[in-house]
Design a protein around this ligand. Sequence first.
Ligand code: CTP
Ligand code: CA
Length: 223
Amino acid sequence: EQLNPKTFALQGKNILITAGPTVEKIDAVRYFTNRSSGKMGYALAEAARDLGANVTLVSGETNLSRPLGVEFIQVMSAEEMFNAVKSHMQEMDIIIKAAAVADYTPKTVLNNKMKKQDGNLTLEFERTTDILKYLGEHKEHQYLVGFAAETDNVEEYAMGKLRKKNADVIIANHVANSAIGFKSNDNEVEMFFKNGDRVLLNKESKKKIAFKILHEITSRWES
Ligand code: CTP
Ligand code: CA
């Protein structure tokens, strides 16, 4: 690739990206998780690295190999992810929350394996901390990027999340469409910016989408 100023659009910037699913333990052998592959977050981490950024990747458990040249922090639960993000937020210029964070975690975790009993089982869950919302409430200089995986009413829900979480941009994808999102190598997203701008990025590989997302972000905050 040719060297031009744009190639290093993120030179010297500190970027934290969260990726993948969280895993919430129920007992010694069981857990509660989701189908996120981590591919979009890892693609963003690699793209940001290639653009010259200092990248910190906070990752849930995925099958992906660790990107070279990034600081890698492995986490399991939503709580661990929250702690990792909180302890690094200060020095970050951009924080991208691509992770699929559990909204609920079992209220009690059994140290042993749970034994079955007659009848139904009811588990009690409590809310996790909304990490992006926390960042929105405590941000100083950080540019905050959230994702919104929606099956319906994409625009309405994405705009709601932009406002409620005080993010600078929400990147929405339609997870009802199985050809994109989650496990897929492709994605199609729409970016909803705080200033009202809307940018649709048509179906492409997550790697290409990652560069386009970072381009849309950097071109806005420079102007
Ligand atoms: N998010 C987060 N912490 C949580 C839950 C979500 O930081 N405990 C972040 C996600 O990483 C994503 C954004 O918030 O960037 C939106 O997540 P999403 O699950 O789409 O929205 P929620 O606010 O959790 O609402 P709901 O699941 O009800 O649609
Ligand atoms: Ca959620």
